[in-house]
Design a protein. Structure first.
Length: 72
């Protein structure tokens, strides 16, 4: 997939990016920069690309670094 290819994004991610792009355009950014900001924001929030669904780990769900059977 070449750089700048948006085909790996879900429809929802594309809609989110479009909404952000419009908002950034109203703030005075050029169309190119607004699109960059929009997709960077979507990537930050979702990890980019088609990654939604039940197979993904939740952001706050991290394994404990303390072993449950460790003795102090």
């Amino acid at each position: 997939m070449p750089r700048g290819d948006k085909s790996s994004y879900t429809d929802k991610q594309k809609r989110q990016a479009h909404h952000i792009e419009e908002s950034e355009g109203k703030r005075g950014y050029s169309p190119t920069r607004a699109k960059q900001i929009a997709y960077a924001t979507v990537n930050k929030e979702s990890g980019g690309g088609k990654k939604s669904g039940s197979g993904r780990k939740m952001a706050g769900a991290k394994k404990s670094s303390v072993h449950p059977h460790a003795h102090p």
